[in-house]
Design a protein around this ligand. Structure first.
Ligand SMILES: Nc1ncnc2c1ncn2[C@@H]1O[C@H](COP(=O)(O)OP(=O)(O)OP(=O)(O)O)[C@@H](O)[C@H]1O
Ligand code: SF4
Ligand SMILES: [Mg+2]
Length: 333
């Protein structure tokens, strides 16, 4: 594993047992994450994109060790962290932080901001008591909030400000990797751009790597260096961001792109689709018809929705192959 790789995820699986299995009956499994591999480079942003239920948050929870793996390995800076426990797990938890989708649910409503933000300092014993307030004010400034926020409670802030506080909390322990699981989806579109800019600034100023999870490709375009597109628990395409946006290869990526409004990060988004797109009508229809990971279609899992499917697509599972320096799983290649 090269020195420039901070996280390596190797063939990980997470299967959840479904009710109904039992004695002499084969267990049915929900394959939430099914043989996923990727690497996150130091100081870079790796995006994971896909529709609801494709396994994005499950990957986040596996990486953060909040959920045990069914199979596979996870390496952090070359060390196998797949089955960490005790002090080693505590150290790992300091290096990898998460920012969740809902900034209100993830802040304790009864705790003042100073207490929320100084808690990690206390747990990890990294800041002397008399320096605590200065450090908290420093963090607040870093995420664009005033020092007077320290004595206030979460309900006194807007959604965007609350997400800034959550980001500040993730930064308290100077993590090396932040997993941001849809950090923008609960926010107004105009606020989303501000939080994106903040993440971009933080990335620029400190050597932090980011796994950025989103169902929204336009957001990913702005922030990420590499993108993995997921479909029903599997990566179907993985590429450098420019390559993916310039020439998407997998038909699912094409559909996601054709239905995504053009990025205009600084302005408000109307959500209007490109009128010239041939795939527009098809994609907007297909995008609403989200499949279930309980009954994964035979052959290529995407075949029931694929506008380019041909005879073998419903029979043979395509492998994830190397194509022009990227990975794609589709019989067209
Ligand atoms: N603890 C669990 N027990 C059983 N099934 C689960 C559990 N957690 C997740 N799942 C299922 O695994 C699949 C993937 O869920 P996951 O939350 O990872 O998707 P997601 O891509 O994050 O979706 P969303 O965009 O809605 O957040 C879903 O079908 C979900 O219902
Ligand atoms: S393998 Fe066939 S069905 Fe699957 S994405 Fe490619 S063309 Fe479409
Ligand atoms: Mg999720």
């Amino acid at each position: 594993m090269g020195n420039n790789i901070i996280l390596k995820v190797d063939s990980i699986k997470k299967y959840f047992p479904l009710k109904g299995g039992g004695f002499r009956k084969p267990h049915k499994w929900l394959k939430a994450v099914d043989n996923v591999s990727f690497e996150v480079k130091k100081d870079s942003v790796f995006a994971i994109v896909g529709e609801s239920g494709c396994g994005k948050s499950t990957i986040a929870r596996l990486v953060l060790k909040l959920l045990p793996l069914t199979e596979g390995k996870i390496y952090f800076k070359g060390e196998d962290v797949s089955y960490l426990a005790g002090d080693a797990l505590k150290r790992f938890r300091r290096s990898v932080q998460i920012v969740f989708q809902d900034p209100f649910a993830s802040l304790n409503p009864r705790m003042r901001i100073i207490d929320t933000l100084s808690e990690p300092f206390k747990i990890h014993k990294i800041v002397p008591k008399n320096e605590m307030k200065d450090r908290v004010v420093n963090l607040l400034e870093k995420v664009g909030l005033n020092a007077d926020a320290v004595n206030r409670y979460p309900h006194e802030f807007s959604g965007g400000q609350r997400q800034r506080i959550c980001i500040a909390r993730a930064l308290t322990v100077s993590p090396e990797l932040i997993v941001a699981d849809e950090p923008l989806s609960a926010l107004d579109v105009s606020i989303q751009a501000q939080i994106l800019n903040l993440l971009q600034d933080i990335k620029r100023e400190s050597a932090i790597s980011l796994i950025f999870i989103s169902h929204d490709l336009k957001v990913v375009h702005y922030l990420s260096d590499e993108v993995a597109v997921m479909y029903l628990g599997k990566i179907v395409e993985k590429a450098r961001t420019e390559d993916l946006f310039e020439s998407p290869k997998h038909p699912y990526t094409e559909l996601l792109l054709s239905s995504a409004p053009k990025i205009r990060v600084q302005s408000d988004e109307s959500g209007v689709m490109d009128k010239g797109s041939k795939l527009k009508t098809l994609s907007s229809k297909l995008i609403t018809d989200i499949p279930s990971p309980i009954d994964i279609p035979t052959g290529c899992p995407f075949h029931p929705r694929c506008p380019r499917r041909f005879d073998i697509c419903d029979k043979v599972v395509p492998e994830l192959k190397d194509i022009d320096g990227r990975r794609v799983s589709c019989h067209l290649y």
